[in-house]
Design a protein around this ligand. Structure first.
Ligand SMILES: Cc1cc2nc3c(=O)[nH]c(=O)nc-3n(C[C@H](O)[C@H](O)[C@H](O)COP(=O)(O)OP(=O)(O)OC[C@H]3O[C@@H](n4cnc5c(N)ncnc54)[C@H](O)[C@@H]3O)c2cc1C
Ligand code: SF4
Length: 350
């Protein structure tokens, strides 16, 4: 696998306001995807379905691209998709693949093994883009969680439109879903640390074991582009901060540099940044997530609940977020105020 130093670092915000609202961060994914669709190409990315299945699928229109937006904090199923990517590339179709770094590395290895490409840099109709990644829980845990959530809310027909990253309260870690009970619609939008699955994910307890030894958690990259949240932008480039989100984009190949300048740049606002600033609050550009001590208790708990055949207890009891002063204050303040206060304090104390 060839690791390359990024050539250019950008802070990016999509100019399409509706796409930016749906995006997890500053919408870099849509900015890169639109020229591919305009050229009658195909975009591969992860889509979350009602019920909790997350699968890599192909999108051939802007409407289909919009269904891939948002971050799903669970491993996505890539069965069969690498073969589809190879067929598109071999047929000369403009192709974009977006996924976690290990998925991107897998797609490049697969294409080389099938002799669909010689190497990434010289293949002009393929763009590969990875995400800054702190790790993923497996699909089984997320499925058990979705079943528990539907039961806890006493829904008529399950939970709908679950999103880990809604912008109803601005750019941050808020989740959203809705459900029907006795025919009446209920909407839920809360900070991630209120929820057992999300809170344990944020504490880094629930990832796959290999994520704690991830070989891709470094500055050098194996893809054309790397995208993520530009955390810390409010103090690094305060004039570019936006409450609807800002993406950090690492441009890693000459091909990507030309693609961005010639096709993607006109669809977004962007400024030049630097790697040290991008890494400052994005630890996974430097090292894998540290395996927390509490990981062992999580493994014991999940094994016990599996043997007992009652996964609901895992979410009701074992992973239940602890009450804290921070949570209490967050609940009292109007939506978004806590994050705004935190940012203000950070700027003053820097
Ligand atoms: C598991 C995970 C961990 C992450 N960790 C970090 C982090 O530590 N720091 C950071 O800055 N950013 C992280 N990100 C990336 C960040 O959350 C955004 O996904 C990224 O900035 C893209 O946002 P956007 O606004 O450009 O795209 P959006 O328009 O929101 O599109 C999201 C893109 O992410 C892809 N995607 C979503 N879920 C998955 C998944 N489960 N597997 C593979 N691809 C997926 C979709 O295919 C789509 O292309 C993580 C994302 C995931 C999925
Ligand atoms: S942390 Fe590494 S191994 Fe885990 S999903 Fe992300 S890229 Fe893959």
């Amino acid at each position: 696998m060839e690791f390359r130093e990024p050539i250019k670092i950008l802070a990016v915000r999509d100019r399409d306001i509706e796409a930016l609202e749906r995006a997890a961060s500053g919408g870099a994914f849509s900015v890169l995807a639109r020229p591919i669709i305009e050229a009658k190409g195909v975009v591969f990315g992860a889509r979350m379905f009602d019920g909790g299945e997350v699968r890599h699928v192909a999108a051939r229109s802007l409407d289909e691209v919009s269904t891939l937006q948002g971050s799903a904090y669970v491993q996505s199923d890539t069965s069969g998709v690498y073969c589809e990517v190879a067929n598109a590339v071999q047929a000369g179709i403009p192709t974009l693949f977006v996924g976690t770094p290990c998925q991107c590395a897998a797609v490049v290895s697969y294409l080389k093994a099938r002799k669909s490409i010689v190497d990434l840099e010289s293949c002009n109709n393929l763009i590969v883009c990875d995400l800054i990644c702190h790790g993923v829980p497996n699909a089984e845990l997320f499925h058990s969680y979705q079943v528990w959530l539907a039961r806890k809310c006493r829904t008529d027909d399950g939970v709908h439109s679950f999103k880990f990253r809604t912008k109803r309260n601005g750019w941050g870690l808020y989740y959203y879903y809705y459900y029907y009970r006795n025919g009446r619609k209920h909407e839920v939008c809360e900070p991630g640390d209120y929820d057992p699955y999300y809170a344990s994910f944020l504490r880094g307890e629930t990832y796959r074991e290999c994520c704690y030894r991830c070989p891709f958690a470094r500055r050098e990259r194996v893809t054309d582009f790397t995208i993520g949240d530009y955390w810390g932008i409010e103090s690094i480039h305060p004039d570019f901060y936006n409450s609807k989100g800002v993406s950090v984009v690492l441009v890693n190949t000459e091909k990507a540099l030309h693609y961005f300048d010639d096709y993607a740049a006109m669809g977004c606002d962007h400024i030049l940044s630097d790697l040290d600033s991008a890494v400052r609050e994005n630890h996974n550009l430097n090292a894998p997530t540290k395996r927390p001590i509490s990981r062992d208790s999580f493994l014991v708990a999940i094994e016990q609940r599996r043997v007992e055949g009652d996964m609901d207890v895992l979410f009701d009891k074992d992973l239940k977020p602890k009450k804290s002063v921070k949570r209490f204050v967050k609940r009292l303040l109007p939506a978004g105020t806590f994050s705004a206060l935190k940012r203000a304090v950070k700027m003053v104390t820097r």
